[in-house]
Ligand binder design. Structure first.
Ligand code: CP
Ligand code: NVA
Length: 302
């Protein structure tokens, strides 16, 4: 049966650890110039209903490095944008391509795509989840720490798609996750409830300093995600104390690493000083999108 990559919590810890190991191997091969055409002759269809720099380029380059190719399909230039149903698009594309990556608004669109497609579907971001990003984030932590599960992770900012995927990761891997969000901007209650019912070690607060206290990994994201542009002003007020800055780093573990999925709004959720400073791993993190997604595609499509 085909497998999809829709949410971290659909996968077991062992399966995800195999993906990390494969990603590290593919990264070494790419760095040393060793060919690794594991998806020779295969094609990935990439549907984008929202903007992207990293996701588009890393999937497209990743397929090329694996010996395959990728097609960029923006909703505005396909019949999806004119109302062709996802269930039809899914079945048609499945006759041409070997995998589908989709970035869209409603998670239901991704679930429908997966239900109707005969080929593996990868979640390239929805309003609810961003699992590929969390995989790249964890690969970055693995590269910097002897164990990634014994650490305390801190999220400061919006309870958005990134925060929800971190909750799923805490549920699967068992690490401690503290989320500091303003009141009214908490993560998805259903995702949270499922994680708690599974015994996940998750703590919610509205105090960023409490969340960051001795934390090993600090992570944040924009205050207004794609599709929330008109809320920017309102969110600037609600989030003004939710910033990763010099003061927050002073309460975190001295060897902490700072992550941000990018694009960043310097001076809002993170200061220029921190993102450009010695604790920041944001560009390694962005690079790791390439390596971990290659591993995901090989796992699903080989
Ligand atoms: N982090 C991330 O998904 O970036 P893009 O929106 O540029 O793809
Ligand atoms: N939360 C952000 C992530 C961008 C990669 C958004 O959805 O816009």
């Amino acid at each position: 049966m085909k497998k999809d990559f829709l949410a971290i919590s659909d996968w077991t810890r062992e399966e995800l650890e195999e993906i990390f190991a494969l990603a590290a191997d593919l990264k070494n091969k790419q760095k040393s110039g060793e060919p690794h055409h594991l998806l020779s002759g295969k094609t990935l269809g990439m549907i984008f209903e929202k903007s992207s720099t990293r996701t588009r380029v890393s999937f497209e380059v990743g397929m090329f490095q694996l010996g395959g190719s990728a097609l960029f399909l923006s909703s505005g230039n396909t019949q999806l944008g004119r109302g062709e149903p996802i269930k039809d698009t899914a079945r048609v594309l499945s006759r041409y391509v070997d995998g589908i990556m989709i970035r869209t608004f409603a998670q239901q669109n991704i679930d429908d795509m997966a239900q109707w497609a005969g080929v593996p579907v990868i979640n390239g971001l929805s309003d609810l989840l961003h699992p590929c990003q969390i995989m790249a984030d964890l690969l970055t932590v693995i590269e910097n720490r002897p164990s990634f599960t014994d650490l305390t992770y801190c999220w400061i900012g919006d309870g958005n798609n990134m925060a929800n995927s971190w909750i799923n990761a805490a549920r699967v891997f068992g690490f401690e996750l503290r989320l500091a969000t303003p009141k009214g901007y908490q993560p998805d209650p259903i995702i949270l409830e499922r994680a708690m019912a599974d015994g996940a070690r998750i703590f919610l607060t509205d105090d960023p300093f409490e969340a960051a206290d001795k934390a090993h990994v600090l992570n944040t994201d924009v205050w207004a995600s794609m599709g929330q542009e008109e809320e920017q002003k309102k969110r600037e007020k609600a989030f003004q104390n939710f910033q990763i800055n010099r003061e927050i780093l002073q309460v975190a573990d001295p060897d902490c690493i700072v992550l941000h999925c990018l694009p960043a709004h310097r001076g809002e959720e993170i200061t220029d000083e921190v993102i450009e400073g010695p604790r920041s791993k944001v560009f390694d993190e962005a690079e790791n999108r390439l390596h971990v997604q290659k591993a995901i595609m090989v796992t699903l499509m080989r």
